[in-house]
Design a protein around this ligand. Structure first.
Ligand code: FAD
Length: 492
């Protein structure tokens, strides 16, 4: 593949033939909604573009066959056949993943889950939602909102990403601080193994201590051991009092103080604490044209959200907190949203950064867990590095790097380091990797806090996992997928 000069296609995998396509038609039907076929007909490259190419336009495969099953039985029949025929596959959701995991490397068949989009049940007493993998995150949230519940995950790509894939990537997002991770909220999964076996574990129980919790292996497994076809997830009560505030702060030390105070004073109603540096907000402003909430520029900004059940009680708490951080000069300026529209526009300043990163041409993205006291030092060190090696200039277009930007889920010690570039460039890559990973490993952080490993971080897993753990992961992979057909060439 042109995108992966260092990788060779595994010759054990068969190339898709006319007979294979005929077989898939017999399982899925012949409609275009079910099969995009460039093997037996002339379907052009451009029709495959949105399947072959990732969100960042950084990774590109050469798949000529996209299968879109509608039922678990169809997934089972498709996988069983692929396994017998040694046809490699890539499970795909909304293709918003940020580590190149959702697109093929060579000619793997894409199994796209978008047509498995039915809600199977929702119980408004327990809050348990059972739904198929292809339901879009935003739609899942809207569904449970009708009965005053909230999907316990929210992220910038909510309009395109799918809940099954959210589980497969163990997505973290904006409200993990409050609602916890997928590992805690998922009650059960229905998965199809490569040999076609359906593992029906759609439990609705919160407690079930009966041996190994196998579903956990699929959470964050990134489609390497099977396909998740449905999920059972615990959705909390939706808060009717939501407040959002946006602050400017003069130093990272003040951001940490503000976080400490927020935890102390807002306690159980704190639902998000997000960090944005000045560079990230100026990039968002340039890319989107949106006006920033505060007039003056500050080195740091943070966004705080509270969600509770009693408006009066929450406002009282929030006001006391605001008074305190302003009078102690922890925060230099701030605004509070006074309408739903303002809530959205404040959140956009945070959620819009990811997309804005692409503004100049491309972006190198790192999603890292770093102990809080050192979290922002990485951004400063990266800036120093690029100033020193002559690769960065805000104005001169002959330099590849435009700016280094830091933001993230402060409440979860999760930094997003983005290096905005005019073009993808080997020299920039060489300067960043493994430098970033070594920096993080030295501080006992994680090289992937929430985006996963995919192909982007395949070579670096050793910075966050020991030899023993990697060996065990390989054994698990071998047990579930002895032929290695599931999402090959990726991290495992
Ligand atoms: P895809 O990109 O299609 O797939 C992701 C991975 O899961 C691939 O390895 C794929 O093979 C596998 N997969 C997909 N479906 C299945 C399935 N049914 N069974 C088994 N494997 C499957 N991520 C966060 O964690 N937190 C954030 O805050 C966040 N913000 C983002 C903001 C933006 C603007 C964007 C573009 C991305 C963001 N992401 C974030 C990353 C991404 O949205 C998540 O990883 C998301 O969970 C991917 O969902 P998807 O449907 O797009 O999956």
């Amino acid at each position: 593949s042109d995108s992966y000069p260092d990788l060779k296609r595994d010759s054990r995998f068969k190339k898709v033939t006319k007979e294979d396509v005929e077989h898939f038609r017999s399982v899925l039907g012949s409609s275009e909604a079910a099969i995009l076929d460039g093997v037996t007909n002339e379907t052009g490259e451009e029709d495959f573009e949105s399947f072959n190419s990732d969100w960042m336009r950084k990774y590109r495969g050469q798949c000529r066959l996209v299968l879109k099953p509608e039922t678990t039985e169809q997934v089972s029949k498709v996988l069983k056949y692929c396994n017998e025929q040694m046809l490699a596959v890539v499970p795909q959701g909304g293709n918003s993943g940020l580590v190149g995991g959702s697109v093929p490397v060579f000619d793997e068949i894409i199994i796209n889950l978008s047509r498995m989009n039915q809600v199977r049940s929702f119980d408004d007493v327990s809050g348990v939602l059972v739904a198929e993998s292809g339901v879009i995150l935003q739609q899942a949230d809207e569904h449970v909102a009708k009965q005053s519940h909230i999907f316990p995950l929210d992220l910038g790509a909510k309009g395109t990403c799918q809940i099954g894939a959210n589980v497969a990537t163990n997505a973290g997002g904006l409200r993990l601080l409050r609602y916890g991770s997928m590992h805690g909220n998922i009650l059960g999964l229905e998965c199809v193994l490569p040999d076609g076996t359906i593992m029906d574990d759609l439990s609705k129980l919160r407690k079930n201590n009966t041996g190994y919790d196998l579903k956990q292996l699929f959470i964050g497994g990134e489609g390497t051991i099977g396909i998740i076809t449905a999920i059972s997830i615990l959705c909390p009560q939706r808060s009717n009092a939501v407040n959002v505030a946006y602050f400017g702060l003069e130093s990272y030390e003040k951001v940490m103080e503000a976080f400490k105070e927020a935890k102390k004073q807002l306690g159980e109603i704190l639902s998000a604490f997000e960090l944005m540096d000045a560079a990230s907000q100026s990039l968002y402003h340039k890319a989107s044209g949106a006006k920033l909430p505060l007039e003056a520029e500050h080195p740091f900004y943070c966004l705080i959200e509270t969600s509770g059940s009693n408006t009066e009680h929450d406002s009282e708490k929030l006001n006391a907190f605001l008074e305190h951080v302003m009078s102690e000069e922890i925060v230099s300026d701030g605004v509070m949203a006074e309408s739903e529209t303002q809530v959205q526009s404040l959140w956009a300043c945070r959620e819009g950064i990811s997309e804005a990163g692409q503004h100049w041409g491309g972006v190198y993205k790192y999603d890292l867990s770093i102990p809080l006291p050192e979290l922002y030092e990485l951004v400063e060190d990266a800036r120093k590095m690029f100033e020193g090696n002559g690769l960065m200039s805000a104005e001169d277009e002959s330099f590849p790097v435009v700016d280094v930007v830091g933001y993230g889920h402060m409440g979860d010690s999760n930094l997003h380091l983005n290096v905005a570039v005019r073009r993808y460039d080997k020299e920039v890559e060489k300067a960043l990797e493994p430098w970033v990973y070594e920096w993080v490993a030295k501080r006992q952080g994680s090289i992937s806090a929430e985006h996963g490993l995919g192909i982007a971080k395949k070579a670096y897993i050793g910075y966050s996992r020991s030899e023993t753990m990697i060996k065990l992961m390989k054994q698990v992979k071998g047990l579930f997928d002895p032929n290695g057909i599931m999402n090959p060439y990726k991290y495992i």
